[in-house]
Design a protein around this ligand. Structure first.
Ligand SMILES: C[S@@+](CC[C@H](N)C(=O)[O-])C[C@H]1O[C@@H](n2cnc3c(N)ncnc32)[C@H](O)[C@@H]1O
Length: 422
């Protein structure tokens, strides 16, 4: 099946997530750096999109061969033929000139009218319908109608029209609600966006399979397994909250009692909001210094964590300030990884490190790569993802308005020697 994914504001990270979350993800092309056309044998749906942080909309291709714009009214009519009563429809046209989109809306309306069906539409040639409008009008679940995604793709031998049905759209309100309405928000430690936490969890799930070197067939079953995620720098708990929303177990710790208490409150809140029972997904939150021995009877499946980013910044740090923060941070990261290699043997790690904005670019951690090598960890990236900087296996997450960005690193641990049988 072929799909089109409308990517978030950082396409590279969105592709990394899709590639990690879809076992047989095969990227066909990227259009305008914002839409990925890909194939998979999996049936993707709204429930799947709800677990992704980096994709805004998914459409599934409904026409095999190339079609013309003239065919659109008939295609949309056929899509909703079995629905009774008045139909609502919408068009999401990419790289189609606006007057043509306006004419398409009109011709679709005429087609419904001629066939004796009442109809209305949302969106227009200037702006396609917002995702919230698609949900409000029941266009995703198909109850009241549907939206067609139409992408004009310029190819060597001419233009192809890709036509699909929009099958999933991000629930923006729910993201804002869980981000803004949770009881404890601590802006002094930097707030991880829930979408980035989701992306990191998807990368973590992939990394577990990669560490075990599992084949896709077996991993398909494994992905439905109950995982246990460990966040040793949990702060007020965005990663733990998103973990529970996946109905996975979470263990969270932090050096600061204030953070631990905040995380506990937020976890209680999300449990109540979403009725996540302890019998379905457990949570354990406690104070612990991530550079000191972890003491697990049963090891977690993966560490997913946003390590300390240092102080929040309202302006660009000077080179001296950034260099000082970098030196401090390198020490913390090294101490944590040394501890993890000792007391979390065989456990893969997804972690976010800070990067600091400078005039002509960004300052990144350096010495930590030597530590990674010494400890035997291996940095990897999902297929279809090319490192942004040569020889640096990581993905950057940074926003124009921020002075501290994040670098996401995926570490496969060294193999743990099996004890010899006597
Ligand atoms: C960037 S914040 C994490 C924010 C978190 N992702 C959230 O959603 O709120 C980093 C956290 O690391 C904690 N921290 C710093 N040094 C630590 C250490 N040695 N061990 C454990 N936690 C530490 C800080 O207290 C802070 O809460």
């Amino acid at each position: 099946m072929e799909y089109a994914a409308f990517l978030g504001h950082l396409p590279a990270i969105s592709i990394a997530e899709l590639s990690a979350a879809i076992e047989d993800f095969s990227l066909n092309q990227i259009i305008d750096d914002r839409i990925a056309i890909f194939e998979t044998s999996q049936d993707l749906d709204q429930e799947f999109l709800d677990t992704l942080g980096g994709t805004v909309i998914i459409a599934q291709r409904i026409t095999d061969a190339d079609v013309a714009l003239d065919d659109i009214p008939k295609i949309i009519y056929n899509e909703v033929q079995s629905k009774r009563g008045k139909v609502t429809f919408s068009l999401r046209a990419i790289n189609v000139p606006k007057p043509m989109v306006r004419s398409l809306y009109r011709r679709c309306k005429i087609k419904f009218k001629e066939s004796g069906r009442g109809c209305r539409y949302v969106g227009n040639e200037k702006k396609p319908a917002a995702t919230v409008v698609l949900h409000e009008n029941d266009l995703i679940d198909g109850k009241d109608g549907c939206e067609l995604t139409i992408i004009a793709i310029q190819e060597e031998n001419g233009r192809t029209l890709w036509v699909g049905r929009t099958i999933a759209a991000q629930d923006i309100d729910w993201y804002s609600y869980r981000d803004m309405e949770k009881p404890v928000r601590d802006t002094t430690i930097g707030l991880l966006p829930p979408k980035l936490a989701q992306i990191m969890l998807n990368l973590g799930e992939w990394l577990i399979r990669e560490t075990k070197n599992e084949k896709p067939e077996t991993s398909k079953r494994k992905t439905q397994e109950l995982l246990t995620i460990f966040d040793p720098f949990c702060g007020t708990g965005v990663i733990p909250m998103e973990t529970l929303l996946r109905e996975w177990n979470v263990i969270a710790s932090d050096l600061s009692v204030k953070a631990v208490n905040g995380c506990k409150k937020n976890i209680e809140w999300i449990r109540k909001e979403e009725k996540i029972l302890k019998k379905d997904a457990t949570s354990e939150i406690y104070k612990h210094d991530a550079t000191k021995d972890f003491d697990f009877k049963e090891l977690p499946d993966v560490v997913v964590t946003e390590t300390s980013l240092g102080p929040p910044m309202s302006s660009r740090p000077t080179l001296k300030e950034a260099s000082k923060l970098k030196t401090q941070n390198e020490k913390l990261q090294a101490a944590f990884l040394e501890n993890a290699s000792k007391t979390l043997p065989g456990i893969p790690i997804v972690c976010a490190w800070p990067v600091w904005r400078q005039k002509g670019g960004w300052i990144h951690l350096d010495k930590i790569w030597k530590v990674i090598e010494k400890l035997g960890y291996k940095a990897v990236l999902p297929t279809e993802v090319k490192p942004e900087l040569p020889n640096r296996f990581s993905i950057f997450y940074r926003r124009k308005d921020q002075f501290v960005g994040r670098e996401i690193v995926l570490l496969i641990p060294p193999k743990v020697e099996e004890p010899e049988e006597k």
